[in-house]
Design a protein around this ligand. Sequence first.
Ligand SMILES: Nc1ncnc2c1ncn2[C@@H]1O[C@H](COP(=O)(O)OP(=O)(O)OP(=O)(O)O)[C@@H](O)[C@H]1O
Length: 297
Amino acid sequence: MQDVAAELVGVTQRYGQHVALRDVSLTLRRGEVVALLGPNGAGKTTAVKLLLGLLQPTTGVAKVFGASPKVAQTRMRMGAMLQVSKVPDTVKAREYVELFRCYYPKPMAYDEIVQRAGLKGIENKLLGSLSGGQRQRVLFGLAMCGDPDLIFLDEPTLGMDIEARHAVWAEVRRMRDAGKTVLLTTHYLEEADSLADRIVVIRTGEIVAEGTPREIKGNVAGRKIKCVTRLSVAELKRWPAVTEAEMHDTVTVVTTLAAEEVLRRMLAEDASLSGLEVSSPALEDAFLALTAEKEVL
Ligand SMILES: Nc1ncnc2c1ncn2[C@@H]1O[C@H](COP(=O)(O)OP(=O)(O)OP(=O)(O)O)[C@@H](O)[C@H]1O
């Protein structure tokens, strides 16, 4: 069994009357990248703050490396890049990184931070003069200062250009390969798909799905069969394994959780079927299905 790096156990978090998280249990194992996905206001930042010890759960327990995240020794092993982080405008990037390095007993070497966070060329600039993407890179560097075993990245690549984004992705993979644990929140589903070993989807304070990117995509949205067929959409919709069937111009698109079974039957019933294409759903399809507003009856 893999070691547990951090966990929320039966956590409910209230802000006054508002329930931001409801009985959430979440485990982060050592050496894995977990992406927390969910629409605005779902409770992602609240979960991160609980694990960082910035919030005390209303009920339930938050643990990091077997202890409270508020314990100083535990904090030293964590790094965080939060959306809300504010930086002073009149301090140079270099000075700020150096300051953060002082907080840790065994900080990462300055040059290593510069290289890993892509700070070359902006080290001597005032933080107030940096672009949004450059500022994000500095925040990424700050999160790495203590060479943490557990790192929280809240929307890390927001505003970054493609090159900077890919550099962050490479760095996250390097951390994982070094046995570190990464919790990532992102609205870029491609980012979660590409980086995460496991995805946890939250909707209105509750976990609604959890699994590898492949499982999340496969189990929820099914696969799509596209082809030209004389079978009618109305008929296809009546097949038990078909979730959805529609026509786009001359192409019929069938969504199903049992692609092989449906395909065999389609070929058996329409020998003239042509232009066949079977595709896995995008993570976006699964995400939209999982986080869709509950129907009001
Ligand atoms: N300090 C607070 N006081 C009152 N309500 C809060 C507070 N912080 C968050 N909330 C509410 O709790 C819910 C969850 O917020 P949270 O910031 O965790 O969501 P999120 O998933 O991170 O959203 P986003 O994707 O927009 O960053 C929201 O409805 C939010 O309005």
